[in-house]
Design a protein around this ligand. Sequence first.
Ligand SMILES: CC(C)(COP(=O)(O)OP(=O)(O)OC[C@H]1O[C@@H](n2cnc3c(N)ncnc32)[C@H](O)[C@@H]1OP(=O)(O)O)[C@@H](O)C(=O)NCCC(=O)NCCS
Length: 267
Amino acid sequence: MIGAPMETKGINANGESKAKPSRKEIIEKKKAMDALLKAASSEKDHLSAFPAFRRYQANGLSALLESGRGDKLSSTLKHYIQNLLKANMEGLYGSEWLVEEKVKRREMVAPEARYIFVREPSNASASDMLTMSEQERTSASCEERGPMVGFVHFRFVIEEELPVLYVYELQLEPRVQGKGLGKFLMQLIELIARKNHMGAVVLTVQKSNSVALNLYLSKMRYIISTISPSQVDPLIAIEKSYEILCKAFSNEAKAILEEPLEKVHLA
Ligand SMILES: CC(C)(COP(=O)(O)OP(=O)(O)OC[C@H]1O[C@@H](n2cnc3c(N)ncnc32)[C@H](O)[C@@H]1OP(=O)(O)O)[C@@H](O)C(=O)NCCC(=O)NCCS
């Protein structure tokens, strides 16, 4: 995870100074956040709360979504993820790719990694898959379930002392891009974050990725977070090839991740 801490401690969501929390309060808060992360991470299938999101059908594309986790990936899936990342991201990362590829390879299999996988089933199998139980669905063969067309890798983590859902990857194959699937997946991610009491959705985007920046900033109303290098220090920002974006849900998260420090003081 990337991002430098901001000096917002001691200021509440209305910009007023507040008493420094006691050691006991800090420990209690940390415990509560750990419990939230544990509960969110122990959910086996985040799609079960949102059955309408199991299937995407629009713009000539039909796709089925399923849940996964980093420590349960088959070697076929690991290869699929690595190949799609390379195909989509190598050009955007340029000379940073060799290092980044290794980092992504490690991140991919972490026990905290949660996935939504997207498959494009044959017309015949699509309706069968939807009526199957989760167990039947996962035990169906890859041929029966149809080819993979993309995935989201996300995690429940603490960022700036807040519980957040961090989107590590959102990757679609070129043939299914521009058909509304990316937006649909991000809408699902926001629902999962809210349901699990996360303060915000946070993600990192390469500055050169104009399609993704357009999707998040213009279409989905994310903002460049106050913890993004460009907001922390323009000198650091020159060396950094990414921005950190966020959409905050709670007042506390808005104050920490979205509002510039000056604005918090003036409020
Ligand atoms: C970025 C990505 C996830 C977006 O998903 P997508 O399914 O292609 O995007 P969508 O079809 O949902 O488009 C969402 C909006 O962005 C716009 N958009 C999509 N592709 C676009 C393009 N090539 N140029 C301009 N606008 C585009 C659409 O018009 C749409 O707006 P609308 O809802 O007003 O019609 C997908 O293109 C992708 O996987 N790219 C490669 C990997 C990548 O860059 N991942 C992001 C890393 S942070």
